[in-house]
Design a protein around this ligand. Structure first.
Ligand code: SF4
Length: 78
C-alpha cells in the first residue's frame, strides 16, 4: 500500500505515531517521519491512524486500484 501525508496540513499531533508506530514516528516535536510504502499487514493500523488524524493529513492510495479523485489537492498529472 502507498500512503501520503500532507505535511503542510500535519500539525504534529502524533495520533498516527501512537496508533501505527511501525509506520509513523515523530522526529523532534513537530516533524513527522513515515514509511510511504507501508506493508499490507499494516493496513489496519494505518487506516486507524488516518481516521484519527485531527486534520485528515493522511491519505491512503492503492496503486492497484483506480486512482481516487484528489480532494482539490494534487492532480495526477506530473
Ligand atoms: S495524526 Fe495527523 S496531524 Fe498528527 S502527526 Fe499524524 S499526520 Fe500529523
Amino acid at each position: 500500500m502507498r500512503l501520503v501525508v500532507d505535511l503542510n496540513r500535519c500539525q504534529g499531533y502524533a495520533q498516527c505515531a501512537f496508533l501505527a508506530p511501525d509506520v509513523f514516528a515523530m522526529h523532534g516535536e513537530e516533524s513527522l517521519l513515515y514509511n510511504p510504502h507501508a506493508d499490507e499487514a499494516q493496513r489496519e493500523q494505518v487506516m486507524r491512524a488516518a481516521t484519527a488524524c485531527p486534520v485528515q493529513a493522511i491519505r491512503v492510495e492503492d496503486p492497484d486500484d483506480a486512482p481516487a479523485p484528489a480532494e482539490g489537492g494534487l492532480s495526477g498529472v506530473r
